[in-house]
Ligand binder design. Sequence first.
Ligand code: ADP
Ligand code: MG
Length: 701
Amino acid sequence: MAIYTLNTSIAYLKGVGPNRADLLKSELGIYTFGDLVNFYPNRYLDRTQFYKMNQLQQNAAEIQVIGTITAIKTVQQKKGSRLVATFVDETGAMELVWFRGVKWIKTALKVNTPYVIFGKTNYFNGTFSMPHPEMELLTDYKKSLRTALQPIYPSTEKLSNKGVTNRVISKMVESLFEEVNATFTETLSAAIMQNFGFISKTDALLNIHFPKNQELLTKAQQRLKFEELFFIQMQLIRKKMIRKAKIKGYNFDKVGDYFNHFYANKLPFALTNAQKRVLKEIRKDMGSNAQMNRLLQGDVGSGKTIVALLSILIAIDNGFQTAFMAPTEILATQHYNSLVELLNGMDVTVKLLTGSTKTKERKLIHEQLQTGELHILIGTHALIEDKVQFYNLGLAIIDEQHRFGVEQRSKMWKKNELPPHVLVMTATPIPRTLAMSVYGDLDISVIDELPPGRKEIVTAHRYDKNRLSVFKFLKEEIAKGRQIYIVYPLINESEAMDYKDLMDGYESISREFPKPQYQISIVHGKMKAEDKEYEMQRFLKGETQIMVATTVIEVGVNIPNASVMVIESAERFGLSQLHQLRGRVGRGAEQSYCILMTSFKLSDDAKIRLQTMVDTSDGFKISEVDLKLRGPGNLMGTQQSGILNLKIADILKDGNLLKLARKQAIELLTNDQSLAKPENIMIKTAYIEISKKSTIWANIS
Ligand code: ADP
Ligand code: MG
């Protein structure tokens, strides 16, 4: 007798053979017995109910009936022929009809033998009929593993065209279970099974394919989802542990004069509790001998900059330099300006390096970097040029992580003896459970609280035809001394057209808001950096009341007196972009507004996006809607991640299970990092098997 294992090629399974094996490989990625076992149905049809012929109704869903065939006839048609069987039970009769495979079916049908049939009925001229029913002899039906909850497997058009129907797949799974005597090796430890009250691996697999009842199906799903999430977390956490043990970092064990002086005398406001907590996490990391690799998530306006500065001061207290990278020149300049202002009167040197830094200044920066005289270098991509060499880079802060590629970052500390601590800050929050998976080997801090006294931004959706009343409102706000952003979309595909939109808009706004009463700034991507900066400064100083811009102002810009954000063609923006843009207002004490302008024609998704913006300003909620609309695969930074190709768990819906799985994985690996304990042997074996196939990518630096 042949011995089958889960690694046996699927071609050797009864009912498969080489042709079907090729189809299974190309269409479903099923190569082995094991792959088929782990190919789960994505839904189930309830077949608990049987109908009698006299209960049949028009327009009913799929139904099943028990009966016998009493007569078979072939009816000639224009094209080919049709096979019609009379099917009866004690209450009445119906017709079963076939248009394809007539010859073969005719010989296979048994007369006067009870069948269970399943399908959708038609009603015509007082007679019910069922085309191409699924049918099985009642005796087989009673013997079969298959149950009242009929599994429906994911399929493709090619498969059904080649006759590999749902029933065929189900049959294959059934023969597989026969071959392996329906027993499977356990993959979780007895402790975990008991702790969570899980059913065994064998029972779980049996019930996922052939559920005995709804309760067991649910139990099977719980266990298999947990298992899937658990082994992903095991890999991520192990990776993190290994990194922490291996990658030594500079030990910032001192909190000294720089930090203390600033904290006591210069801090412009009391930190929120969330800021304090996050700062503690960062301090602990940087003083732990291991390299910090931390993601700081915080909604727009939650106050990440001050946390960054305090971390920098710790680096300086320990004799190290900091690089602070921002995705755009405007943003880098702004960070530079606010740090200079905050550090005013302190003996800290800060410089700005961007693409438009003059050669002379550049040279000076290079020198001061190498002597260690320069404490903080703020800049754009210019920071990662080869010429930029630090004396001792101890901390790298990266604002808005998604704008930088992975390999770009590591260039910065190529010259270091040890890697610097890394703090990545993002204002594009993703749900924590997702972050756990996508960035599972990073440490994550969250600022989940806004500074006190912020007023909710009033958000409204207006159509183009309401423009006059919008302009009237803007004038009222300007009269109160407020400033206004008007933003146009920038879609890379047709820069020229976007530019035209922007300029047309600028012209009509100039007409509506004439000089000298009104002054208008304009900033867009085609301008030179110094011109952009000049316009930003005019707006910041209050010399202009309106800033017309493309999305260059999307991230980070902080001008507290600006209290109205008008977004033109808002339907063309994604949710996270809208949220970022809105975050530019609501930074001062005044009531702020965001007005989303659109045309009348809106797609369903656009309607949801706009409504979400009107309903909430919670970045985490917004990113959840975004995820639902676009799917996790489209989320920033997750594209390369194999983590989201889940077989059964749903990263959004199974958040609680994910937390449990993660907790369990941490606990297990803390007690038994190499899984050497005998009670964990099952987990170890499964882990090795899974790791071989896994394509997990999750390293940010
Ligand atoms: P973001 O997290 O979006 O980068 P910022 O660091 O730019 O936010 O902070 C937004 C605004 O909130 C700034 O004007 C900043 O000075 C202010 N701010 C930050 N923390 C606090 C706090 N604890 N109390 C009051 N205002 C704060
Ligand atoms: Mg910021």
